[in-house]
Design a protein around this ligand. Structure first.
Ligand code: NDP
Length: 605
């Protein structure tokens, strides 16, 4: 390192000040004043991007006009786990409304080649012990996860209660009936005593508002609607119909990292348009070891998930049982951070963690240069931000793809994205790249209004909408329910304990809601809702314990983790505010709450 590195950093081997400045520059050139408005809502002339390629067109059915005890919105893991846990609790009159043509949610829609879970599958796939199934590999591919969804649905009889290809359009509370009146895009009217919303955090694809999109005369699709009729092949590749095609992939987030190797291997030519590089770490997938499988004791999955949650919350554990990409990052960071604190008593924890982060990201950047042969391409693929500014990715095929002669990386960071689309191609740096097909790997809406993402408004007691009620920020008891919205439960990200292993979090939440519904019934109440006081206390608890991460996220390159750079504006749009002590602590708190058996904070009517 240069001679100007301050004394206290002299043994690091890098200059933190120089890195801070580099991170600042990389962020500044990408910040767009429009924030989330740089994306267009997929409606009207763009609505074909949402067409479901996995169902036969023309499905029709008679509208429903009936009553159910519990209506669940969403047939992904959240909705399926809710239904499964409700049934186990003896709640059987259930209906599930799902926009896709089958169960699976994320894993129904995202069938792009290479789609894979990036949390270890033994932790990620739910109900493994209950269903007696063990994934084939440490990281499962989409077909296995989708099959597992179908296995859950079969086991718990969920096909009998599912309404597929149906979207809720309105939820309104009827005080006289003490029912939610649920309207759908198939003209159904369903009266439901309880409603559980499990719509998922990344359910609505988004498109950048690139001028000229609608003028493109070639083929276009979003990765969550992969068009195998056009590309040929399946999730394992063999995209043989691309052999004579020039393809543009726009975006380099987690989806592109997994799918680009397949496009690159099969298309005549591939242009990957990158605005911000991902952090791409090792994957190291491996088949499940039968001896290890034999050795598993009852209760192993819960213990494994709790161990995972502890490691990624920064809690000390004796052994990192899971040892996957995520836990490795956390172990590395906390080992480096604590070593620094031990060696430098004057250093503060925040700085120690920042230095550990620099070290981790230096490894990630070095990995790029060790794999990608062309120096300029390698430099362009290096991420300059802190590890958790964006979702870390893990893949062993993405970087080598850029050593192929038929693949080009096009850097669009200087213009904050692709400049325009013409009838025949994509324009970047004033150069038109002629292509036959554009694949949008541009992700999902996160920071937009809840109603825009869900497609419906919720109107509770006295005609008050949830949008209005939360206009100054989310208010819930334990993240599940809000005052004035009786018998309505959220399963997903709200004001609760967050785990990056979403499925474990969803399962625990489903069990908690099952308990509440069962108790409301057992106590002969028509409905329950949190008291204003309990809700205020919970919101205060969440905010009192919250770690102030505004400065961290403001220093990040923009993306959905930091509300496209508008960090302070993100509260209240159902992005959630996590319970800082972590999901294991949250689950303990809920377990105690249930044990007290008094439904504290819930008002029964
Ligand atoms: P992301 O939001 O992560 O990425 C979208 C990409 O599109 C970014 O690279 C973004 O650049 C780019 N982009 C947007 N607008 C433009 C533009 N105008 N010009 C050029 N590029 C543009 O979406 P993904 O679908 O990749 O991932 C979404 C999430 O889905 C992940 O974060 C993860 O949570 C989940 N996922 C999980 C996987 C798993 O393994 N479990 C696999 C895949 C996805 P920029 O970064 O500059 O905004």
């Amino acid at each position: 390192m240069s001679a100007q590195v301050p004394e206290k950093y002299s043994n690091l081997g890098f200059d933190p000040e120089a890195l801070r400045e580099k991170y600042r520059q990389e962020r500044d050139k990408r910040i767009r004043p429009e924030g989330n408005d740089q994306y267009v809502e997929i409606t009207g002339r763009y609505s074909h991007f949402l067409d479901d390629p996995y169902v036969e067109p023309g499905f029709e059915r008679e509208p429903l006009n009936d009553d159910v005890d519990v209506l669940i919105i969403g047939g992904g893991f959240g909705g399926m786990l809710a239904a499964a846990r409700f049934k186990q609790a003896g709640i059987t009159d259930i209906r599930i409304i799902e926009s896709g043509g089958d169960f699976g949610g994320t894993w129904y829609w995202n069938r792009y080649p290479g789609a894979q879970c990036d949390i270890e599958s033994y932790c990620y796939l739910p109900l493994l012990e209950e269903l007696g199934y063990l994934p084939k590999e440490k990281y499962s591919y989409q077909p296995e996860i989708y099959e597992h969804s179908r296995r859950i649905a079969d086991t718990f009889g969920l096909y009998d209660v599912a309404c597929f290809q149906t979207q809720v359009t309105d939820l309104t509370w009827d005080e006289d009936l003490a029912r939610w009146i649920v309207a759908t895009n198939r003209n159904d009217t369903i009266r439901a005593r309880f409603v559980t919303m499990a719509s998922g955090p990344l359910n609505k694809p988004k498109l950048p508002a690139i001028p000229g999109i609608e003028e493109f005369e070639g083929h276009m699709f979003h990765t969550s609607r992969w068009d195998y009729d056009y590309t040929g092949g399946d999730h394992t590749g063999n995209l043989d119909k691309l052999g004579d095609k020039k393809v543009a992939v726009i975006g380099t987030g987690a989806t592109a990292i997994q799918s680009v190797p397949y496009v690159g291997a099969h298309a005549k030519h591939t242009y990957v348009f990158q605005r911000t590089p991902s952090s791409v770490d090792e994957r190291g997938n491996s088949p499940t070891d039968p001896q290890w499988a034999e050795s598993l004791e009852p209760g192993w999955q819960r213990a494994r998930r709790e161990n995972f949650n502890d490691v990624v919350t920064g809690r000390p554990v004796e052994t990192d049982v899971v040892n996957d990409g995520w836990t490795s990052i956390f172990r590395f960071m906390s080992a480096m951070g604590s070593r620094r604190i031990r060696n430098d008593s004057s250093g503060d924890l925040a700085e120690a963690m920042e230095l550990a982060d620099f070290q981790k990201m230096n490894q990630v950047r070095d990995r790029v240069t060790s794999i990608v042969e062309d120096r300029d391409t390698a430099e362009t693929l290096q991420p300059w931000y802190r590890q958790f500014c964006k979702r870390p990715t893990f893949n062993d095929e993405f970087l080598p793809t850029f050593n192929r002669s038929n693949v080009d990386l096009i850097d669009v960071s200087e213009t904050a994205g692709v400049e325009s689309i013409t009838p025949h191609g994509v324009v970047a740096g004033r150069v038109e790249y002629e292509v036959d097909c554009i694949i949008f790997a541009t992700g999902f809406e996160v920071g937009t209004a809840y109603t825009r993402r869900s497609g419906y408004e919720i109107t509770g007691i006295d005609g008050r909408t949830l949008t209005d009620y939360w206009s100054d920020g989310m208010r819930t008891l334990h993240g599940f329910s809000a005052n004035g919205f009786p018998n309505l439960f959220i399963v997903g990200l709200s004001q609760n304990g967050f785990s990056v292993n979403l499925t474990s979090m969803l399962d625990d939440q489903a069990q908690h809601v099952a308990y509440i519904i069962k108790e409301v019934n057992a106590r002969g109440a028509r409905y329950c809702q949190p008291t204003e006081q309990a809700e205020t206390q919970w919101v205060d608890t969440i905010r009192r314990l919250a770690v102030d991460n505004v400065a961290f996220f403001e220093a990040c390159t923009p993306g959905y983790y930091n509300n496209e750079g508008r960090v302070k504006e993100r509260r209240g749009n159902l992005n959630g505010e996590a319970y800082a002590p972590g999901v294991n602590a949250f689950n303990n708190l809920l377990a105690q709450w249930r044990q007290a058996d008094d439904l504290a904070g819930l008002q029964l009517s």
